[in-house]
Ligand binder design. Structure first.
Ligand code: ADP
Ligand code: MG
Length: 675
């Protein structure tokens, strides 16, 4: 039948990349650096590591592949393990932050780019690896850009000799769209191999629901549902892929489409007689791994599949059988917000190049169609040609510390593919100085050496280390873990359920301190006899809490290891435990202090003086009247700026820290950085 015919079990044997197998192996043998480019879905990510494995590159060393997205690392590793007929975690494994699925036997290792960066810290010569493949370089993730610079610096011709490796490291850079000339030139004019893809024409149509002025509107959600419904009822067989921006939106859209689809009378409403039903599936980063498999499976005969996905389906993961694309025109992106001095997830228009990439997903196996919800005017006036690389739009504090710890003192003249603005680097240096991670001359302090070991935001790490000094890490470790997993509070749809959930959540607030609430939830659940039932009863995500338990253990292990190895400062504290807890938080969050200005408005104290408000989810929301000073974990920006996860503090606790925000002349740090 049509449906099963599209999905041959052995499809991977016929991928375009197979015709280039010998050429690829030979190129890796002959050159230390190689750029490989090819159409998405041609088999780069899943096949090249297998070619190299079978050609012997897995002997006495590993083949490491980095991808920017956690879910992509997990999914692809699972797929390759299946193809190689081995158990995941044996020859083929993966590692993502807080989740290591590798063993002694692992030869083909998929990981996020952040994980490889941490590995380089522990082993700068990458002595466990024969090959490193940087995948999805066109995504221009911050860590991947930094890795590019580091690999160039340490392993290109001049570098290799000083690494003490017996065999040179082979580096393969893979990209779906990025100008390969630029990459090749950056890597000393290294060789470029192109895998020609086979693509079919895709007809694109513009809509009218989103115009050039609607860059802040969320009207696209309703519109994609309508379009998906129209495609299902009027177009011939073939699956649908919808691009949205995030989990909540995707679940809403799935819900809405499901309700609409339920009412279809297939005798009259659907024009294509081969389609008898609709299977709606979500796809986003924080999904449970057992849910993902259905995405890739062909739907039953006569059923049309509709996947509602984030940008992960643009180039990271390829779903077979897609014939229709519905493109919202938006993506969620981390951006530095200079008003609040923090990185914030924002929904922004995609680039034109991204839009082409999305449309292309419909033309892999036959001619396809792409329905854009936005107008031609939006395309012309609101969409940039290319996305700004992450390195040019997010905070560099963590990577600058990593670079410094790797001995890269001159972080301004590091070989960046596209250098960030100098003021972003200076901001990072300034923040590291404020956290005592570097000294006035830009050198890493003892504390900085400890901080870099934690896969956490620097502020959170600082608070945790302060707690360790005071001997109250048992309070901060759970908090750090809770802030590192996805949101633990369930927000159900429907007003009645929402009311019940809100009440349950409010009952969990033991004090006016949201950090204490996180600690309380962690401890109550952990000590409960039936933790999953406890979660269900309190509208808490059990899966998220389970990962928080695991993260807490891992952070505890890191801390323990450091305490054994290093001289660890010890301090005593006079006062109550809750005060001690809050003071620890202050040492990490004094960059996020706000003081009441008028009424319910607070004003940040970092020199920017932004007006901020307490978010309704905070324990302080209705009871803030007596509170004049607060710290906060992050902000949500709508028409107002809302502080989330808030804690009241006393001015004395930050009095000595606040001047640090203004004290250092950033010139000091930068001059040294240039030395
Ligand atoms: P590229 O990296 O060049 O974009 P991939 O190696 O990711 O290509 O994908 C090659 C093929 O393998 C695609 O047809 C894709 O659909 C298929 N594939 C990848 N992962 C899975 C999976 N988990 N289940 C089923 N098919 C998969
Ligand atoms: Mg790929």
């Amino acid at each position: 039948s049509k449906v099963s015919g599209r999905h041959s079990k052995h499809e991977s044997a016929y991928l375009p990349i197979h015709q280039h197998k010998a050429q690829l192996i030979e190129a890796v043998k002959e050159s230390d650096f190689l750029v490989v480019t090819g159409e998405t879905g041609s088999g780069k990510t899943t096949q090249l590591p297998q070619f190299l494995y079978h050609a012997g590159f897995g002997q006495n060393g590993k083949i490491g592949i980095t991808v920017p997205r956690r879910l992509a690392a997990i999914t692809v590793a699972q797929r390759v393990a299946d193809e190689m007929r081995c158990v995941l975690g044996k020859q083929v494994g993966y590692q993502v932050r807080f989740d290591d699925y590798t063993s002694q036997d692992t030869v083909v290792k998929y990981m996020t780019d952040g994980c490889l960066l941490r590995e380089i810290l522990a082993d700068p010569h990458l002595s466990h690896y024969n090959v490193i493949i940087l995948d999805e370089v066109h995504e221009r993730s911050l860590n991947s850009d930094i890795l590019l610079g580091l690999l160039k610096k340490n392993f290109s011709d001049r570098g290799q000799s000083s690494t003490g490796r017996s065999v040179p490291l082979k580096v393969v850079i893979m990209s779906a769209t990025m100008e390969t000339d630029k990459l090749s030139a950056f890597l000393g004019d290294c060789r470029v191999l192109t895998i020609p893809g086979r693509t079919f024409p895709v007809t694109c149509t513009f809509g009218s629901a989103v115009g050039p002025k609607d860059t802040q509107s969320t009207a696209y959600v309703k519109e994609v549902v309508k379009l998906a419904f129209d495609v299902h009822t009027s177009e011939t067989a073939g699956d649908i892929l919808v691009f949205l921006t995030g989990q909540i939106e995707i679940e809403q859209a799935c819900d809405q489409l499901f309700k609409k689809a339920e009412s279809i009378d297939y005798r009259y409403d659907v024009q294509d007689q081969t389609v008898e039903g609709l299977l709606i599936l979500p796809l986003y980063g924080s999904m449970a791994s057992d849910q993902q498999k259905a995405i890739f499976q062909p739907p039953p005969d006569g059923i049309r599949k509709c996947v509602m996905a984030t940008n992960i389906a643009a180039t990271s993961l390829t779903i077979n059988g897609i014939k229709y694309i519905i493109d919202s025109g938006f993506v969620k992106q981390l951006r530095h917000n200079s008003n609040v001095g923090m990185d914030i997830l924002e929904v922004v228009p995609i680039s034109k190049s991204e839009a082409h990439q999305r449309a292309g997903r419909a033309g892999r196996t036959s001619a396809g169609k792409c329905f854009r919800v936005y107008s031609k005017g939006f395309w012309e006036q609101s969409m940039p040609e290319y996305m700004l690389p992450e390195i040019q739009r997010t905070s560099l504090t963590a990577v600058v510390l990593t670079l410094k710890c790797l001995g890269v003192h001159d972080v301004i003249r590091f070989p960046y593919l596209d250098p960030p603005e100098e003021r972003f680097i200076l901001d990072a240096l300034k923040q590291l100085y404020q956290f005592d991670a570097i000294d006035r001359r830009g050198r890493v302090t003892q504390l900085g050496e400890l901080m870099v070991e934690f896969p956490l935001q620097p502020g959170l790490t600082r608070a945790l280390l302060k707690a360790a000094e005071l001997g109250c890490q048992d309070m901060l470790l759970p908090v750090a873990a809770m802030l590192s997993v996805e949101n633990i509070f369930i927000r159900p749809g429907g007003t009645d359920k929402q009311k019940e959930a809100d009440e349950k959540h409010r009952a969990l607030n033991s004090s006016l301190n949201d950090f204490a609430t996180l600690l309380g939830v962690f401890q109550s659940c952990k000590s409960s006899e039936r933790p999953s039932a406890w979660c269900k009863d309190n509208w808490i995500h059990w899966r998220a809490l389970k990962s928080a338990f695991s993260v807490e253990t891992q952070l505890r292990d890191i801390l323990h290891r450091l305490q054994q190895k290093n001289h660890f400062p010890v301090e005593t504290f006079v006062g109550s435990r809750t005060d001690m807890f809050r003071q620890c938080l202050c040492s990490g969050y004094f960059t996020n202090v706000a003081r009441r200005s008028v009424g319910k408005t607070f004003c940040t104290m970092d020199g920017r003086g932004s007006m901020v408000h307490i978010h309704p989810s905070s324990a302080l929301f209705e009871k803030e009247a007596k509170v004049n000073w607060v710290i906060f974990h992050d902000v949500l920006v709508t028409s107002r700026v809302y502080m989330r996860t808030v804690c009241p503090i006393r001015y004395e606790w930050v009095k000595d820290l606040l001047p640090k925000l203004h004290e250092v002349d950033v010139y000091d740090l930068s001059n040294v950085a240039r030395e």
